[in-house]
Design a protein around this ligand. Sequence first.
Ligand code: ATP
Ligand code: MG
Length: 420
Amino acid sequence: MVLERPEHSVSRRFISDAALKVLYRLDKAGYEAYLVGGAVRDLLLGGRPKDFDIVTDARPEQMRKLFRNSRIIGRRFRLVHVLFGNEIVEVATFRRDPDPRRQRGRGSNELLVTSDNTYGTPREDAFRRDFTVNALFYRIHDFSVVDYVGGLDDLDQRMIRVIGEPAVRYQEDPVRMLRACEFAGRLGFDIERETLDAIREQRREIHKAAPARLVEELLQLLGCGRAEPAFEWASDSGLLESLIPEARDILEGRGRGAGFARLFGVLDRWVQEGAELSEGFLVAALLAPSVINRRLRLERRRELSRPEVQEIASDAVAALMSRFQLSNVRRDRAYEILETLQRLIEPIPDKERAAWAICWRPSFREALDLFELLRESSDGGGAEILEAWREIADQAPPRQRAKSGGKKSGGRRRPRRKRR
Ligand code: ATP
Ligand code: MG
């Protein structure tokens, strides 16, 4: 189905200049050029896309000749990045699903696809995509929207529907199950019946997904500003059970200690208000309720030593690491935030210098934010302690002989690097 220019709401006004330049130049050189994926979906929904992906029939080498400011990236499937100042436009050649038999033969995701037969037609490119609403094309040549998969209907009905046979598509790539929940939550859509039923049936397959990809999806989920509904979908479909029990426990507000059932809701509000949260912080937020509850449980029996307290945080991070592959930076950051958080709930040291030393920790600001997040998520008190720490931090002199130029780091109002 094709919607001509007057029949749809995609306006070039909301497409970035850089993406438009790429589209026009490809078109002028005689290639097919389309905007695809999330950008078309979000434009049709009246939103502002995060980024603009382009597909074309031009091959990477041909694109390199067309755009001086470009480079070819990727080994498995080569893409072209066209650079405009600090904006990168990703351009891919139409491709189709690699033959699944060959994929299995190799026994890994490392299928090396170099030959021309991986390139496809626009239609094949649409059918290899995950959900119908993610497979709409905006054709720059005549400004039409092209729908090969029924995505326009599903957008109208606000429905996430897998392209093709759900069970097969999940077996090919189990991460799609998590993505279904993420998009349904983010867009406020329903998940189509078979798409959802198949997640319930295939949910254990999720452990076959590459941990490095899973962690990217987890971070997307946590930071998308609609984590609560997304995690609820993942919980309903059974995905959380074995993959992210930490999130399930939060939603159910359980653990014998304090409940933090509103944690995702508060996190979403912060993100919607524009808070810039680091990935380490997001991971720490996911783990914090179980860390706090475990500590409270253990402390009911006896006082804990410092190494024991540290172990609670490192155990929580390690448990997550057994399912997700966190980079060292994210892992260390999450650990440090959780460790400092625990200092903050202990009695404030009498000696000024000892209290300042806690404020000087690089993870202090984020630990304080996490304290606030937990406070807002539960009905627990702690307002005075939080205030007291803020005052101490305000009064603390700059750290003497600080490494790396005494740069303060963390804190939720600080901009973070763009997530890749
Ligand atoms: P976002 O707004 O989060 O960027 P998006 O739809 O653009 O949403 P991306 O993860 O950027 O999502 O992926 C771009 C497009 O690539 C998707 O819209 C989809 O068409 C396709 N895609 C991404 N991941 C998969 C996958 N696992 N299987 C099939 N197609 C996928
Ligand atoms: Mg995208």
